[in-house]
Design a protein around this ligand. Structure first.
Ligand code: URA
Length: 197
């Protein structure tokens, strides 16, 4: 099976999942989407209201900002980036997913990572950082510093929703994305172009 078929098979399995209570309170599972080329993967927290309605990750205000940030680095979902979340069902009222919800969903994310096989992973916010790498890690001190995890380069940065609340963080995130662009050129495509760096 190729990557498309393998991920489609996983998606079909995840769409039927009832491992935790979140599925009862959401309208649909938001599996993830994007390029399977394996350059870059971006991981967020979980679907919000817009994602729950549309069944796609990062399509609300935070998602639009994420697309702009990625675009500044010369990246888009179709060609360069696969986007997933720690949990695939919307937590009620957009609360942070509970440890048991994250744990129930994590094997799916691990499979997605294995299939997409990204050289670089960007973690958006504390839930992504703690859910994937280290429950004790702090986003404020971890952001902007490369981690080498499971033979992949991982860059934690702030979640775009945090930037909507506090626009002064945009500059900081841009510094982190510039590092991602550099690493992408080094590991994935030396000719990668970005208008801004
Ligand atoms: N926030 C997230 O963390 N993920 C989404 O898919 C949308 C908003």
């Amino acid at each position: 099976m190729n990557k498309e078929e393998t991920i489609q098979q996983l998606k079909e399995q995840v769409l039927l999942c009832h491992r935790c209570k979140l599925r009862e309170g959401c309208s649909q599972v938001v599996f993830g989407e994007g390029s399977l080329k394996g350059g870059l993967m971006v991981i967020g927290e979980g679907p919000g209201q817009d994602e729950d309605r549309q069944g796609r990750p990062f399509v609300g205000r935070a998602g639009q900002l994420l697309d702009k940030i990625l675009e500044s680095g010369g990246f888009n979902r179709r060609e360069h980036v696969y986007i997933g979340n720690i949990v695939k069902c919307r937590p009620p009222g957009n609360r942070v997913p509970l440890p048991e919800e994250r744990e129930a969903c994590l094997p799916y994310l691990m499979e997605q990572i294995a299939i997409v096989d990204p050289k670089i992973i960007v973690l958006l916010g504390a839930t992504a950082l703690q859910g994937l790498i280290d429950p004790q890690a702090k986003i404020g001190t971890s952001r902007g510093k490369w981690l080498y995890w499971e033979e992949r380069w991982v860059m934690p940065t702030y979640h775009p929703a945090a930037l909507l609340r506090n626009p002064s963080l945009k500059r900081t995130v841009w510094e982190d994305i510039k590092q991602v662009v550099e690493k992408y050129r080094e590991l994935v495509d030396a000719t990668h172009r970005s208008e801004y760096c």
